[in-house]
Design a protein around this ligand. Structure first.
Ligand SMILES: [Fe+2]
Ligand SMILES: [Fe+2]
Length: 238
């Protein structure tokens, strides 16, 4: 297990596997950061229920673009140009959850509640990362993700007070995003996931992170009076 701290200037001296894995994870993180706004800004910014919500959709999107910027700079420092993710179509996103569009407030709210939370998990993987330049970026980004999660949870709860039809739509959104979310952690039997841990780039394996997420989220869904979807039904990556 590798535990040294690597600075940007020493990156090129690292084992090729380390270089490949770091380039890959920073590219994916950049893609996910910009992937959120591309899902919801077009329809949800003009259609948010109140002017305050419009402001918060815009602010959330602005924060994601800033997260993208920070990771794009990290990528540039190790010789990777990730600017292609700014303009690529949603269907080409690395992570399946970012490949569609969000057109309802229920989906937008639940996306914040469940998927921004996975954003937080992905960022928390980098705490103590052997690539030293990542860590100083994390506190601000994670703090902003906590804001997105909280806003999504609040909006989800609010929708649940609006009658049976609204409740059903929220449950449907939970059914969709919970499963997409669990898939975002990747396969449990993943050699690459073990190599990330071996090199100290990530803290946990895919399976460990997914289990922690499920333990955190299940009581929250139940606490809202909603059903926790069968975690195996409709999954693409087990
Ligand atoms: Fe983000
Ligand atoms: Fe976010």
């Amino acid at each position: 297990m590798f535990t040294d701290k690597v600075e940007a200037k020493d990156f090129a001296k690292m084992d090729p596997e380390y270089q490949d894995l770091l380039r890959r994870i920073i590219t994916i993180q950049s893609d996910c950061e910009i992937g959120g706004p591309h899902l919801y800004v077009e329809k949800m910014l003009p259609n948010a229920p109140t002017k305050l919500d419009q402001l918060l959709v815009a602010r959330t999107a602005a924060e994601e673009v800033d997260h993208y910027r920070k990771f794009a700079r990290l990528a540039g420092d190790i010789g990777v140009d990730v600017s292609f993710v700014l303009s690529q179509p949603n269907q080409k996103r690395y992570v399946e959850a970012f490949r569609g569009t969000i057109t309802t407030w229920e989906d937008f709210a639940v996306f914040g509640f469940l998927i921004d939370r996975i954003g937080r998990y992905q960022l928390e993987e980098f705490i103590g990362c052997t690539y030293a330049p990542i860590e100083p970026l994390l506190p601000d980004i994670i703090n902003e993700e906590l804001g997105h999660i909280d806003y999504g949870a609040t909006q989800t709860t609010e929708l649940l007070t609006k009658g049976d039809e609204s409740r059903e739509k929220v449950q449907k959104a939970i059914d969709t995003w919970y499963i997409k979310g669990l898939d975002m952690f990747g396969r449990s039997e993943s050699r690459r996931s073990e190599r990330y841990c071996h090199w100290g780039i990530k803290r946990r394996t895919n399976a460990q992170a997914r289990d922690a997420y499920m333990k955190e989220v299940e009581p929250l869904i139940k606490g809202m009076g909603l059903k926790v979807p069968d975690p195996l039904k409709g999954r693409k990556y087990l």
